[in-house]
Design a protein around this ligand. Structure first.
Ligand code: RBF
Length: 162
């Protein structure tokens, strides 16, 4: 698997841009809170490292990943927000909930982005187990929250320009 070969959060090849003039909302699910808390830390660190002001980062906690859709929709009522980062962690269980939640969140977030014409970033881990999630929440494969922050900055700057 390609992800076993690299740290997924190596952004050295990307032009990120400065986030100082952008306002962000981070919507974070409380299911698998240890993981999503680490994703949140990574996202805030990533935004601030690229110039975002902490006062321009709003954090909204929702119950589970399924609620990220409504959470993103609600925060975008605030027209001053330039980009939304959705953070969650869905871990495969014994039933088919995993598939339903992952599909709904992926499609739902895309729909919200198109509804408001604003970037809504998919920072949801969808893993077979807790270990894979930890590896991507500050472990050996980096921090997917930080990666989502970089994407939010890039897309926020594009959105601001056009
Ligand atoms: N939410 C997550 O963010 N991650 C999960 O792994 C997760 N697993 C769930 C498994 C089951 C069987 C159920 C019923 C819910 C799960 N949820 C999970 C919560 C879901 O995102 C949502 O909060 C609830 O279904 C209420 O709408």
């Amino acid at each position: 698997m390609s992800s076993s070969l690299k740290n997924l959060s190596d952004f050295s090849h990307l032009e990120v841009g400065n986030a100082k003039g952008l306002k962000f909302a981070i919507v974070v699910a409380q299911w698998n809170a240890t993981i999503t808390g680490a994703l949140l830390d990574g996202a805030v660190t990533g935004l601030v490292a690229h110039g975002a002001l902490e006062s321009n980062i709003e954090v909204v906690r929702v119950p589970g990943s399924y609620e990220l859709i409504a959470g993103a929709d609600i925060v975008l009522r605030d027209e001053s927000i330039d980009a939304v980062i959705c953070l969650g962690c869905v871990i495969q269980g014994e039933t088919r909930h995993f598939d339903f939640i992952c599909n709904a969140v992926g499609n739902g977030i895309a729909n919200v982005a198109l509804k408001y014409n604003k970037p809504v970033i998919f920072g949801v881990l969808t893993t077979d187990n807790q270990e894979q999630a930890l590896d991507r929440a500050g472990g050996k494969h980096g921090n997917k929250g930080e990666e989502a922050a970089i994407t939010a900055i890039q897309m926020g700057l594009i959105s601001q320009k056009y």
